[in-house]
Design a protein around this ligand. Sequence first.
Ligand code: GLN
Length: 422
Amino acid sequence: MSVNAFITETELEGTDEGPLSGRTVAVKDNISTAGVRTTCGSKMLAEYVPPYDATVVERLKAAGATIVGKTNMDEFGMGTTTETSHFGSTDNPAAPGHVPGGSSGGSAAAVAAGEADLALGSDTGGSIRCPAAFCGVVGIKPTYGLVSRYGLVAYGNSLEQIGPFAQTVEDAAALLDVIAGPDERDATTREAPDGEGTYADAADGDVDGLSVGIPTELLEGADQGVIDAFEETVETLESAGATTREVCLPSVGHAVSAYYVIAMSEASSNLARFDGVRYGHSSDAGGNWNDAFGRTRAEGFGDEVKRRILLGTYALSAGYHDKYYKKAQDARAWVTRDFDEAFDEVDVLASPTMPVPPFELGESLDDPLQLYLADANTVPVNLANLPAISVPAGETNGLPVGVQFIGPAFGERRIVRTASAL
Ligand code: GLN
């Protein structure tokens, strides 16, 4: 039975020859595909057909990939379970009856179910790593600026990157090789400093002499089964020649609060363009501009998106800006500094990707704050613009557990190498 991984199925053939020829790729539905509707999981864009390809889609086609569909997601990327989608929830192929994680749940589920060899997602605060962990596949959130965001529908644009999913570390790294690199249409992209070989070449499993830091703060409050699986992973790395030590990231206790203030503020601005005139759903009744704008957005957006637009608008409003938005930016700078200091001491950092195993479908819907806290280990990485990979690390009570490795900026080879040792 289908797990509802796709919002739209397609068969877009790439060029005959290329590193991805013969491979099928699923693409998250917030990444523009010319001539194929791109809904962002929202009623607002249910009929929207972009006139152009995102840069990453152009690169997939040029590499010979076949794009098999556009995947289900939390509406505009806002969620951790894929249940805020206008198109219904997605089941978890690795743990039926449970959520696939989110917001890129459809992409992870497509790979886990074998409905695509590879997939692209986007990660604003964990949306690649969480579903990778929950579905038992590999996901990479690249350094901010490594992969073009041209054609990605913005949610929190200072935080997010497009990145790969695959069954293996090497395949995920090979997909990163295809999509990475500067793009003149995204001025935040940069040339990564030279490294040896491709990202896929780095998947050689050699961790002899590698120093791994374990931030104690990222184990606090985690489920015991998740901690057990994580500790086994650490032992595997040690037996392969890595050394491990505890490190401190005192600021990460503020990361979830800072992340949600910044992400919601950016979202309130980015989603202002959905006014029923330029894109998407339009309420057809007459009235003046304000009425029509209000009605269009009341009908087109779901509850979670509305909640975030309201909170983001509040956080940015005159009189509150310094109290919330500016404070959040200060916390962001502090998180970045803590990571910098940690990377003076160790090569990579390791933590459970998610502090909990996948929720049952429907279980977490009524408590948004509880759900936001589940992002505790993923959002610090976005605040600091760093790369991170989630790899499968066994199970607890039959539910998949993922481990996350974080690297310094443009340290993708290092985290790929570490993950490949597992
Ligand atoms: N769960 C986080 C949020 O809802 C992350 C989402 C994402 O990375 N797009 O904002």
